[in-house]
Design a protein around this ligand. Structure first.
Ligand code: PMP
Length: 361
């Protein structure tokens, strides 16, 4: 086993036991003599696996029966197009809450398909980044839906209470937060997430959609983006990303064995506290996001002396702490600590940061 802790924002680290199991059954899956990736998605054995993965996800997230779970292609950005194509009828508009770079990108894409009302909730005050409270969002009560991103992967900003939209369907891009803590799915019209952070490898996107929102897609919606088509065909209208679906199923089993989302949420809380504490107590590192909006999955930090950035990255990499470079839009460093990152990885990072600070103060 490698000694590396990978802090990449995505594709991200996957649980080691999952990777070991995938490796062990790679050439001969369930006695078929073939790899799972060589089998038809219409074979009984594959369908049984696919159904089990869906059932496990439903159990992990307590997804109510009146929601469909779709296993799609196209990533998070695919959903930036699919959401308005399916949910924004002509003559209506949709509210897009902007809290960082991914929600901004979602709104920019949605503009290609209909009327969008952009609501920027960023509030930067005295060097600290904050957001407008969701109680004060100027929402349009006639909107087709409200779109927001509960965890901004690049900015490290999280909205950790579910906004009240008074009956308007709430759509959430949960790409970097799904399965990291419990959420009440019934409060949402639609949830989507690219797999490559907390679910599995890239290539798969999960959509959880309330049934009454199906069947209203624009006429020109491509079949593979039409939620109703996907729901009616159990996500097998065309060939799904079969290997990613299988691996996601292994991740769901792993999470269930750990005690589910409730248990992993405690570990995630402990990991985030450890790292934020180390940042706040140091003279060298800084995170300027107001405490209540700090992400537990993606933790950006900046070196007050940024001439040390390159050295920090070089030495952390050599210490087996990889992919810590911040996103180019915000600079600095970023530690992505999704479900698969063990607390030992965060401890190793904190130890390194403290030792680096001592050597460079
Ligand atoms: N939304 C969020 C919150 C993301 O973090 C990302 C990717 N990092 C995306 C959307 C885009 O996902 P993809 O690259 O799968 O299109």
């Amino acid at each position: 086993m490698s000694e590396v802790f990978n802090f990449c924002a995505g594709p991200a680290m996957l649980p080691t036991p999952v990777m070991a199991k995938a490796q062990q059954e790679f050439l001969n899956w369930q006695g078929t003599g073939s790899s799972v990736m060589e089998l038809s998605h219409r074979s009984g054995i594959y369908i049984a696996m696919a159904e089990k993965a869906e059932a496990d996800l439903r159990e992990l997230m307590s997804i109510p029966d009146n929601y469909k779970v779709l296993f799609c292609h196209g990533g998070g950005r695919g959903q930036f197009s699919a959401v308005p194509l399916n949910l924004l009828p002509e003559g209506k508009s949709a509210d897009y809450i902007i809290s960082g770079s991914w929600s901004k990108a979602a709104a920019a894409e949605a503009k290609n398909f209909g009327n969008i009302n952009v609501i920027d909730i960023n509030q930067d005050e005295q060097g600290s980044a904050s957001l407008m409270s969701s109680n004060d969002w100027p929402l349009n009560k006639d909107a087709a839906y409200v779109h927001y991103c509960p965890n901004e992967t690049v900015n490290g900003i999280e909205i950790n209470t579910i906004p009240e939209t008074n009956g308007v369907p709430l759509v959430a891009d949960m790409s970097s937060t799904i399965l990291s803590h419990e959420v009440d799915v019934s409060k949402f019209g639609l949830i989507y997430a690219g797999a490559q952070k907390n679910i599995g490898p890239s290539g798969l996107t999960i959509v959880i959609v309330r049934e009454d929102l199906l069947g209203h897609a624009h006429k020109a919606t491509p079949c593979i983006m039409n939620y109703k088509t996907a729901a009616d065909s159990d996500s097998m209208y065309n060939t799904p990303p079969t290997y990613a679906w299988y691996l996601a199923g292994l991740v769901f089993q792993w999470l269930k064995e750990l005690g589910g989302v409730k248990e992993i949420a405690k570990v995630n809380q402990a990991k985030a506290e450890l790292l934020y504490q180390a940042i706040d107590q140091s003279e060298l590192y800084l995170n300027h996001i107001e405490a209540q909006y700090r992400s537990k999955m993606n933790i950006p930090f900046w070196l007050k002396d940024d001439s040390l950035n390159e050295q920090f990255l070089k030495e952390s990499e050599a210490a087996g702490l990889t992919a810590l470079q911040g996103h180019r839009i915000v600079g600095g460093m970023r530690a992505s600590i999704y479900n698969a990152m063990p607390i030992e990885g965060v401890r190793a990072l904190v130890d390194f940061m403290q030792e680096f600070e001592k050597r460079n103060s």
